[in-house]
Design a protein around this ligand. Structure first.
Ligand SMILES: Cc1ncc(COP(=O)(O)O)c(C=O)c1O
Length: 480
């Protein structure tokens, strides 16, 4: 007997589009998966620049793992603990783990604040943490305000299974996408007039995709806004340790010590996916100053605990003060170097990025001058050219709810130096073909000491190869 699967057999969640994956942000990943770049095996494939991963310090991690075999229960040195750790399933987590994470969170914030290990609740990455906090703070139909541009995953993480809504707070390039009191008030009032209950404001500091930090004044104004409205403030600080140059990162945990505020409204979402580069370990944290939220979230964490094996290893790694200190310093240095090499390379061909960025694993690239028309459609058309013909998976601003077409997020820390050079040379070649559209900042020079240091071999490979993705003018095709 043949069974027919129709949509009525499944839930609304299973058959709906609430997952938010029908967007260029996720399509770009699919394009990369079909044709991934490899320096020797697939040199004309798509380079993945849509993935905010921090892969610049894996040598340091590997070295530590080799030097600390006892940190793993799967080595002869650590196997003694295997049984105890394998059967551990308490949703409070290993106390060593919570202590080490609390200490790490403080270290990343310059030891200007401390964190109480008893307020640390585990979740499956920041993804799980966001959903958990949404479940704790809001009912279906309630809303969170979110300044734009914002991380596309929020549309899934906070909304999909909870039924919560996200209301964009439109921020603009004219003031470097600052979160202003006026924009917050406007979004809040609009929601009210639509009879939507606003339960909170979600900020990401440092910002994904902008790579900027929220300054002290802005944070203070945000805290006073949420206090006046008596709504929650959820602060995603997942990129806290990626701030690689001045000004320093300021955590919400510092602000609430300086400003009068109802701390029951304050919640931090954290994870080791970006600062340590461990997205695969799924170490997410909800740190709430509200006892009832801690208590509820702790029970909910049963749905997404961090495996005890991972807790065990991370507890040991993060308790190694010397290692942590060195890792944070090195990571910032390497990110700074990568950022400056990449942005200087772009500047050589007249491409600018948001200049207030000093954090994150990406740049917010301004391609407004390359748009045929200043609409979302114009941006999507350009994005298609970049992905299909320039063969770079970058993410268009519209997928981050940016209201101004022409901005693209480009990740630069998930690849080696050579791949970055290839990516830069592809972008440069693409732009040079259309230099009537973009005025170069400086006269181009292809060799020598320039920051745009393509090795001549890579450059020749790209230009000479008949299969080169950039051997034809992408925009010419786009126009047809
Ligand atoms: C701002 C932000 N929050 C949350 C996440 C999800 O992180 P995790 O891998 O810890 O689930 C990401 C991932 O890119 C992110 O950029």
């Amino acid at each position: 007997m043949a069974f027919k699967l129709n949509n009525q057999l499944l839930s609304k969640i299973a058959t709906g589009k609430g997952h938010g994956e029908d967007s260029p942000y996720f399509d770009g990943w699919k394009a990369y998966d079909k044709d991934p770049y490899h320096a020797t095996e697939n040199p004309n494939g798509v380079i993945q620049m849509g993935l905010a991963e921090n892969q610049l310090c894996f040598d340091l991690i590997q070295e530590w793992v080799k030097n600390n075999p006892k940190a793993s229960i799967c080595t002869p040195e650590g196997a003694e603990e295997f049984r105890e750790i394998a059967i551990f399933q308490d949703y409070h987590g290993l106390s060593e783990f919570r202590n080490a994470v609390a200490k790490f969170m403080a270290k990343v914030r310059g030891d200007r604040v401390t964190f109480d290990p008893d307020r640390i609740v585990m979740s499956g990455g920041a993804t799980g943490a966001h959903e958990m906090i949404a479940f704790c703070l809001a009912d279906p139909g309630d809303a969170f305000l979110v300044p734009t541009p914002y991380y596309p995953g929020f549309d899934r993480d906070l909304r999909w299974r909870t039924g919560v809504q996200l209301i964009p707070v439109d921020c603009e390039s004219s003031n470097h996408f600052k979160v202003t009191r006026e924009a917050l008030e406007y979004a809040y009032e609009t929601a009210q007039s639509d009879n939507i209950t606003v339960k909170g404001l979600l900020i990401t500091n440092p910002s994904n995709p902008l790579g900027t930090i929220l300054d002290r004044e802005t944070l203070k104004s945000i805290v006073s806004f949420i206090n006046e409205k008596n709504i929650h403030l959820v602060c995603d600080e997942i990129y806290a340790a990626t701030v690689f140059s001045q000004p320093d990162f300021v955590s919400i945990s510092e602000i609430i010590e300086e400003e009068e505020c109802n701390i029951d409204l304050i919640h931090i979402v954290y994870s080791l996916s970006k600062d340590m580069g461990f997205p695969g370990f799924r170490i997410g944290i909800v740190y709430s100053y509200n006892d009832a939220v801690v208590s509820c979230a702790r029970k909910m964490s049963s749905f997404g605990l961090v495996s005890s094996q991972t807790q065990y290893m991370i507890a040991s790694m993060l308790s190694d003060d010397g290692f942590v200190e060195d890792f944070i310093t090195q990571s910032k240095k390497r990110l700074a170097t990568r950022y400056s090499n990449f942005t200087n390379g772009l500047a050589q061909v007249g491409i600018k990025c948001l200049k207030t960025s000093n954090a994150g694993l990406f740049v917010w690239m301004d391609l407004r001058k390359l748009l045929k028309e200043h609409t979302v459609e114009g941006e999507t058309a350009l994005w298609r050219v970049i992905i299909n013909e320039v063969k770079l998976n970058v993410s268009p601003g519209s997928s981050f709810h940016c209201t101004e077409p022409g901005w693209f997020r480009v990740c630069y820390a998930n690849m080696d130096d050579q791949s970055m050079e290839v990516a830069l040379s592809r972008i440069s070649r693409f732009v040079l073909k259309h230099k009537e559209a973009v005025k170069p900042a400086k006269k181009l020079c292809w060799q020598g000491s320039l920051k745009l240091s393509f090795s001549s071999r890579i450059y020749d490979d790209l230009i000479m190869s008949p299969r080169s993705p950039i051997s034809q003018s992408p925009l010419v095709r786009a126009r047809t």
